[in-house]
Design a protein around this ligand. Structure first.
Ligand code: SAH
Length: 340
């Protein structure tokens, strides 16, 4: 049975029409679900009893449960249990511009990045659109505040779950849905080239972030298996095309790993790779985890790396640190829970 929270407006209207209900009820239903945030459809008092009964019969209204919330100073981490007892996480961050939520897109992940905690567990399944929508909605309810920004950067590779990701964006962007501006939504990918090509034609102005982490094929292949499938040249060609076609600025994420990808050599290679592109680099101090051997770069190395990019005209920022005290590296809370 389809879950009501995974229905795009278009799908809902098609359903209503097929059932001989006026299609404008679609907007009413969205208002009840996302604005009034009802728990059961019985609360939707301006919908006829017949429609409420029909919706109840035809859709599931099930929600994932928040099992645990670890609260830090400006960041809270939520652990969810899904209907099939799998666990996923979402991280809420307070910025001066509003609340931003990092959501998961899969249970486990098949990309196998060597430094990543989530990837230690293989993909079990994709998250359905409703399971992503409900991470946002349930956390809004739990914290009593509006989430203004969403980043799809939690557990999983969003472009390995392309169809559900695009549905999710349509639902949360809708003005009667959570009404999160497209420019406030960011999809982060390790670089699945064919999906980057498809995303160029996706009609929402969302942001794209690329997990680059290395400026040459040899090093990238060492830490990110996806680099063996798509070379940097193929990746950069697709991205240049993406920028040309969409006129949007790209974000490159670059985790700094001690003595792996943080030398002057890589900084200079990165400059060469990105020079002239409409892009900016987000340098990420690595969150060390107990299971993996990688270490965070030293503060001085991070500063040097930053300076080389800056002096060579690359827009660069160092990611503000949030998670240090609350196992915020992707997948850490889930690992603790499941002891794997
Ligand atoms: N699969 C997608 C999205 C999930 S990972 C992607 O690769 O972009 C989100 C980001 O967190 C990626 O840039 C990833 O490389 C990074 N990341 C993974 N483990 C990390 C850690 N321990 N510390 C800091 N960043 C990490």
């Amino acid at each position: 049975m389809n879950n009501i929270y995974g229905q795009t407006m278009e799908e809902l209207e098609t359903y209503l029409k097929a059932q001989n209900f006026p299609k404008f009820y679609g907007k009413e239903i969205y208002t009840w679900l996302y604005d009034k945030k009802i728990e059961t459809i019985e609360e939707a008092s301006n919908l006829s009893l017949t429609l409420r009964k029909k919706l109840q019969e035809d859709f599931s209204f099930a929600k994932p449960t928040i099992l645990e919330c670890q609260k830090g100073k400006e960041v809270s981490k939520y652990l969810f249990r899904l209907a099939d007892k799998e666990h996923i996480e979402a991280v809420l961050m307070e910025h001066d511009y509003g609340l931003s939520l990092c959501i998961s897109s899969q249970v486990g992940c098949n990309m196998g990045c060597k430094f990543c905690e989530s990837g230690r567990r293989k993909k079990v399944r994709n998250l359905e659109a409703h399971e992503m929508v409900l991470q946002i909605l349930e956390i809004e309810k739990a914290c009593g505040k509006r989430i203004s920004h969403v980043v799809i950067m939690g557990i999983g590779e969003p472009f390995d779950n392309y169809e559900n990701i695009t549905k999710l964006i349509a639902i949360i962007n809708h003005e009667k849905g959570l009404h999160i501006g497209a420019r406030h939504i960011t999809v982060s990918t390790c670089g699945i080239v064919p999906k980057i090509a498809a995303f160029m034609d996706f009609p929402y102005q969302v942001n794209l972030a690329i997990s680059l982490h290395a400026p040459n094929d040899a090093l990238r292949q060492e830490i990110m298996p996806i680099a063996k499938v798509y070379s940097l040249e193929e990746l950069m060609t697709a991205l240049k095309e993406y920028v040309k076609k969409t006129n949007r600025r790209l974000t490159f994420e670059y985790i700094l790993l001690d003595d792996v990808n943080d030398h002057e050599k890589e900084a200079k290679e990165l400059v060469q790779l990105l020079k002239g592109m409409n892009a900016y680099v987000n340098l990420i101090p690595y969150n060390e985890t107990t299971h993996l051997q990688y270490k965070r770069s030293k503060p001085l190395t991070i500063a040097k790396f930053y300076d080389i990019l800056k002096k060579n005209g690359i827009c660069v920022t160092i990611r503000r640190e949030f998670g240090g005290t609350i196992s915020a590296a992707c997948g850490q809370l889930r690992s603790e829970k499941e002891e794997i």
